[in-house]
Design a protein around this ligand. Structure first.
Ligand code: HEM
Length: 120
């Protein structure tokens, strides 16, 4: 393996850590029936988004990237970020996050992971 390939795999690992933090933080809310948006979700999304954008450049690979797929993933990340922002605002104002916003965050996160592994 070349140095670049190892480095790319390290960034993939960081990308997965971001996904784990975002999705894990969301599952904790489901398990505790709180249905809030938490700072950990923002941190996880930020890590996944930055690492994802670095991976969206063609380095350390010998195959072509699927830019349509990456574009879709990017749009979904922006939507999740917007939902987290709106969720925090609504929670501050009304004391709770609308269920549609809370559930969409988890489902869209899972959809993005699904796109990553199923859409080749
Ligand atoms: C919540 C947001 C995201 C989640 C849950 C997510 C999930 C994943 C997962 C599970 C993988 C590993 C699958 C595999 O290697 O086959 C992956 C890989 C990847 N993701 Fe994401 N992703 C997210 C956002 C993004 C964004 C915004 C981009 C860039 C536009 C991106 C670009 C990539 C790339 C390029 C890979 C392949 C890495 C490689 O094999 O070299 N991801 N993502």
């Amino acid at each position: 393996m070349t140095c670049m390939e190892i480095l790319r795999h390290v960034v993939v690992l960081i990308h997965l850590v971001g996904f784990a933090i975002l999705f894990g933080a969301w599952v904790v809310e489901v398990a505790n029936r709180r249905h809030r948006v938490t700072p950990l979700m923002n941190i996880g999304l930020g890590i996944a988004a930055v690492a994802g954008l670095i991976l969206a450049a063609p380095w350390g690979i010998s195959y072509d990237l699927n830019y349509v797929k990456l574009g879709v993933k990017f749009v979904i990340v922006i939507v999740i970020g917007a939902l987290l922002g709106i969720g925090v605002g609504r929670e501050r104002k009304t004391g709770s996050v609308p269920p549609g916003i809370f559930w969409s965050v988890g489902i869209l996160t899972l959809v993005n992971a699904g796109i990553a592994v199923i859409w080749r």
